[in-house]
Design a binder for this molecule. Structure first.
Ligand code: SF4
Length: 150
């Protein structure tokens, strides 16, 4: 049985406007740009039966061409910089980018590492940030509800 739905969080004005255009159904392409995999475990939990992010209109898809939003984890490694930029360009507009986890926001514990090109915001424009190392599933679901408006 899924947890009872908490109250819908408010999202900042530009995101809320885009969310309205997406009409409550947001397809998400996840990109691991260099994560330790901790954030992925929590994303899996957010989409699992307890937190069940899909009931709010968020769904993971396999191709950026099918997506409305990118959820990016990890610092952006040098090997993933071009791939992330190309994935972003493959998402049709209007598109949103979520930087999920402290590494995605500001490189976190990997700041200054030789293989790190930068934070997600240094490579593609970021609309929403989710803090935490890793963020809890509740925080991930809340951020996704900000995109779906549900
Ligand atoms: S924020 Fe923490 S859990 Fe997520 S990729 Fe970075 S080190 Fe791993």
């Amino acid at each position: 049985m899924a947890e009872p739905a908490p109250q819908r969080p408010d999202s900042p004005a530009p995101v809320a406007e885009l969310a309205r255009e997406l009409a409550g159904s947001v397809q998400i392409r996840h990109v691991d740009a260099g994560s330790c995999n901790g954030c992925e475990v929590e994303i899996a939990s957010a989409f699992g039966p307890v937190y069940d992010a899909e009931r709010y209109g968020a769904r993971l898809v396999a191709s950026p061409r099918h997506a409305d939003a990118l959820v990016v984890t990890g610092p952006v490694t040098r090997n993933m910089e071009v791939a992330l930029r190309r994935t972003f360009e493959a998402v049709p507009q209007p598109r949103l980018v979520v930087a999920l986890g402290d590494c995605a926001r500001n490189c976190g514990v990997f700041a200054g590492a030789y293989g790190v090109a930068g934070a997600v915001g240094d490579v593609v424009p970021v609309d929403v940030e989710v803090a935490g190392c890793p963020p809890r599933p509740e925080a991930i679901v809340a951020a996704l509800r900000g995109l779906t408006g549900r």
